[in-house]
Design a protein around this ligand. Structure first.
Ligand SMILES: *Cc1c(COP(=O)(O)O)cnc(C)c1O
Length: 467
């Protein structure tokens, strides 16, 4: 593609994106295709000869777009709603154009140093101590995997050379913890049975007394406690574990404390919400996901740790052809993880922080929490619905309770499952579910920049007319 054709097509793509972002609500939020539809619309072989960009773009619109679920849609309330804001999208343009591979400082000094600077900004915004150094990975799952690898490195550095042998490590988390912790222990070779899930209280928060007795039992049975994972904002109900108490237990027991604040940690920047990360300052590592609730295009997750040296010790391995004069002076990102190559992700977080400013970020997070509380009030005042969990952030867990089904949990589950389906079929909103205490629960997650009170009210109206 010559530069003039690129210029022309880039303008067309920019126009398309601007039109799209001006009204993502014109599409059904949840894609209506069936499994296999997209595959069948595409040829089995790559084209033998190059095609015009015009044709390619036309197929993007005709074939690909119908198979898109619109995360930009203001009625997207499923899972954790996210926004890849405009400044972040522009940063992705530039990052793709530069095509930097930031494995070493010298393979693009700015990529390495901008990452350090921007993560220090974020750390200060959420009031974490300066002792935490940050590194960017793609997702929280990978951040947590690296945190637990560092925990293993600190507890038993010889494992790196000799493997686990007969050692039996234990990792603790609550029964509400994200499945990425399960995957991390599986991948680290600790074995799935090394993960012990601690029961939670009525608010879905980890019970510190149960943690203490689990650790004592395990020590008596020959297990070596390795790490505790506390969550700030669990995936089902956004509950918060008592991090301060868990930190005291971890310190006493000399166990690595990892805090999974992938979704809710950023709320600590909002005035009045500083308590969200209380106790996390004493953790060994903590994960925050700017791609989740900080308007940064997917993907960008941040791992902070006080033990950067341990993280490096767990992973660094420098073959001759990657040795450089800067080793020891500047950070080489390949030393802090499994992957060698890295995208230039810091650019988008930097542009997002600069575009919104701290006050802009805080105001939008606060607005999302206001909308969630408003919706929770409607649920609380309605006799047809009930709330199923506290609302500490921007997610509401609730269910419909038609009077004729009261007391019949199986029927209530089925009714709510059908209700979500009906409402989602409207194309105007997309809600997802979870189970709490065994019950089928509807979740409304606010997190999209385009979502306003009008859209939350529309979700409420659809739920009421369908139930
Ligand atoms: C979303 C989430 C994760 C997983 O995030 P990815 O970046 O998709 O891996 C982990 N933990 C919590 C608490 C989450 O909310």
């Amino acid at each position: 593609m010559d530069p003039e054709e690129f210029r022309r097509e880039a303008h067309r793509v920019a126009d398309w994106i601007a039109d799209y972002l001006s009204n993502p609500g014109q599409y059904p939020v949840l894609s209506r295709v069936s499994p296999g539809d997209i595959t069948r619309a595409l040829p089995p072989d790559a084209p033998a000869h190059g095609e015009s960009f015009d044709r390619i773009l036309s197929d993007f619109q005709q074939v690909i777009l119908p198979g898109i679920t619109h995360w930009n849609h203001p009625g997207f309330f499923a899972y954790f709603a996210i926004t890849g804001s405009a400044p972040g999208i522009l940063a992705e343009f530039l990052s793709a154009a530069l095509n930097v591979q930031a494995m070493l400082w010298r393979t693009s000094p700015a990529a390495t140093e901008l990452e350090e600077v921007t993560l220090a900004w974020l750390r200060r915004l959420v009031h974490l101590p300066d002792a935490f150094e940050g590194v960017i990975y793609d997702t929280a799952s990978i951040s947590t995997l690296h945190a637990l690898a560092a925990a293993r490195e600190r507890a038993a550095p010889d494992v790196r050379v000799h493997g686990l042998g007969a050692r039996r490590f234990r990792v603790y988390c609550s029964d509400q913890t994200h499945s990425s912790i399960d995957k991390a222990v599986i991948l680290l070779g600790l074995g799935h049975e090394s993960l012990r899930k601690i029961p939670t209280d009525a608010q879905f928060s980890m019970r510190p007394d149960a943690l203490v007795s689990a650790i004592a039992d395990d020590r008596a049975d020959g297990w070596s406690p390795l790490a505790v994972v506390a969550t700030v904002g669990t995936t089902s109900s956004t509950s918060v574990d008592p991090v301060e108490e868990i930190a005291a237990i971890s310190a006493r027991e000399d166990i690595w404390l990892h805090v999974d604040a992938a979704y809710a940690g950023v709320a600590a920047m909002v005035p009045g919400y500083e308590h969200v990360l209380r106790g996390a300052g004493a953790a060994d590592s903590i994960v925050l996901n700017p791609h989740k609730w900080l308007f940064t295009p997917f993907d960008l997750s941040v791992l902070y740790t006080r033990h950067f040296d341990v993280l490096r010790a767990a992973f660094s391995l420098t073959p001759e052809y990657l040795k450089t004069a800067e080793t020891g002076v500047a950070r080489n990102l390949m030393d802090t993880g499994v992957q060698l190559g890295r995208r230039f992700r810091a650019l988008k977080l930097w542009m997002v922080c600069r575009h919104f400013g701290a006050d802009g970020l805080r105001a939008r997070l606060a607005e999302h929490m206001r909308l969630a509380r408003l919706f929770a009030d409607w649920v609380d005042q309605s006799s047809g619905f009930e709330r199923m969990a506290p609302v500490p952030f921007s997610v509401v867990c609730f269910r419909a309770i038609p009077p004729d089904l009261l007391g019949n949990e199986t029927a209530l589950d089925a009714f709510n499952e059908e209700l979500i389906d009906k409402v989602n079929r409207s194309g105007e909103v997309f809600l997802s579910h979870t189970r709490l205490d065994g019950r089928y629960v509807i979740r409304l997650a606010v997190g999209n920049l385009h979502t306003t009170e009008v859209h939350v009210a529309r979700a409420w109206a659809l739920l009421n007319s369908a139930s």
